[in-house]
Design a binder for this molecule. Structure first.
Ligand SMILES: Cc1ncc(COP(=O)(O)O)c(C=O)c1O
Length: 424
């Protein structure tokens, strides 16, 4: 007979609840704000809060170019949904491959000047499942991974259960030391990102390629925060530096500069065919909605051909940096488009974010553990070409207000970070 209430089930619940309580105590329990962006008016959004609504400006979205609100992208999505329906209907193998998926993969391959590409439902699953299957293909494979790699890369590596060596962030000397004495013929894969989205810095790509060539290693490069923004073809840092041909597998997302959802890898015909055939995270999941594929295809075409949009983007990034410098608000400036302001304490980080939202109607979410190591909590500002001068001035004033209000509690962290991280 089936019984409704089981006392023993409370043990399971209390175990889970105690883990949740722990992160609440530590101050990094995540609160999801209900933020409804207004199509065509980005960065304006409506905040829904306890039955109230107010207009706010968003300053932390990864929709770097505002492409999620581009009229042509929206029309392409509408057109595809009208024509094919909403969902894809199955895995790629089970009627889930449409012309839009095929065209999108062709466009991505062209963008990165690679033979072929493969679309996934997210950049995360592209990394996790492609990396795992590639590593598993090689007996005795040694994986060399930057210590600040994204969780999706780490999970792909971990799931392979092969030997891994973690090199210090962007430290080619350390990478070389690890490789000293490792046989040239042993399979190796170096895994790194081109732009580190929390540190805002770039990988020393040319040096890494040199090390890879000297040691017979493949390179897997995550360009998630660079695609659509950098390089003459908007294909990322490898494109900007003219190094794409030396990168074996490029990973990207359709969810940030391209404004949609989904991820991909671009590589040789054989590597893509291999991943397509062996990667469980690709094989055993319903393919992306045709409307998402159609919108992504349109977005890549638009971004690639719209140099002015990308120039405006960097102009705005530099303008925000200039304003912050003038206001003496320290931030990490390693040259990329992301502007992290270090806080160094999870509770304080959340307090500052709430203060900005409640008192100034500007939204920058707290970045806490596990996204960044404990003690390096931060707010992360992402200007876009859609932020006007007026909106920027309002934002900088708000940040100044927060900075000086919370400064007395920030000082110890400020000193800790300024020397270490080239603040300004
Ligand atoms: C470096 C990096 N790689 C991969 C991903 C995953 O991309 P997606 O959001 O498309 O799943 C992210 C997401 O933020 C990321 O920052």
């Amino acid at each position: 007979m089936l019984v409704k209430n089981h006392n023993w089930k409370t043990n399971y619940t209390s175990t889970l609840q105690s883990e949740i309580d722990k992160i609440k105590d530590e101050g990094h329990y995540r609160v999801f704000n209900n933020i409804e962006r207004k199509a065509g008016q980005y960065p304006k959004a409506t905040r829904h809060n306890n039955g109230n609504q107010e207009e706010i400006d968003v300053w932390c979205s990864n929709d770097y170019l505002g492409m999620s609100q581009n009229r042509n992208v929206i029309s392409a999505m509408q057109g595809a949904a009208e024509k094919l329906g909403a969902g894809s209907g199955g895995t790629r193998n089970i009627s889930g491959t449409t012309n839009f998926h095929i065209q999108l993969e062709k466009e991505i391959a062209q963008l990165h000047k690679k033979e072929r590409a493969l679309a996934f439902n997210s950049g995360y699953s592209a990394n996790e499942s492609a990396l795992k299957s590639i590593i598993l293909a090689f007996d005795n494979c040694l994986v060399l991974s930057d210590e600040l790699n994204h969780a999706s890369l780490i999970e792909g590596i971990r799931a392979s259960k092969k030997e891994k060596a973690i090199f210090k962030h962007n430290n080619v000397k350390h990478l070389k030391e690890i490789l000293k004495g490792v046989d040239f013929s042993r399979p190796k894969i170096i895994v790194l990102e081109s732009v580190y989205s929390m540190e805002s810095d770039f990988a020393p790509l040319e040096d890494v390629i040199e090390v890879a060539q000297e040691n017979g290693a493949l390179i897997y490069l995550d360009e998630v925060h660079a695609v659509g923004l950098y390089g003459p073809n908007a294909a990322g840092i490898a494109d900007e530096k003219g190094l794409a041909e030396h990168i074996d597998i490029i990973n990207g997302t359709l969810a940030k500069a391209f404004g949609l959802a989904g991820g991909y890898i671009a590589s040789t015909d054989t590597i893509i065919d291999f991943v397509r055939s062996f990667s469980k995270g690709f094989i055993f999941t319903t393919s992306m909605c045709p409307a998402v594929a159609a919108g992504s295809l349109e977005s890549i075409k638009q971004v690639k051909n719209n140099k002015e949009l990308r120039e405006n983007f960097f102009e705005n990034v530099n303008y925000v940096k200039k304003e912050l410098r003038q206001s003496e608000i320290p931030f990490l400036d390693s040259g990329s488009h992301i502007i992290p302001v270090l806080i160094g304490d999870s509770k304080l980080c959340k307090e500052i974010s709430d203060f900005l939202l409640n008192e100034h109607q500007v939204y920058v979410q707290p970045i806490n553990y596990p996204t960044v190591p404990k003690g390096t909590e931060r707010i992360r500002i992402t200007p876009t070409p859609c932020h006007s001068q007026e909106s920027t001035e309002k934002f900088v004033e708000a940040l100044k207000d927060a900075w000086f209000k919370f400064m007395p509690r920030l000082v110890k962290f400020e000193n800790q970070f300024i020397n270490k991280t080239k603040a300004f």
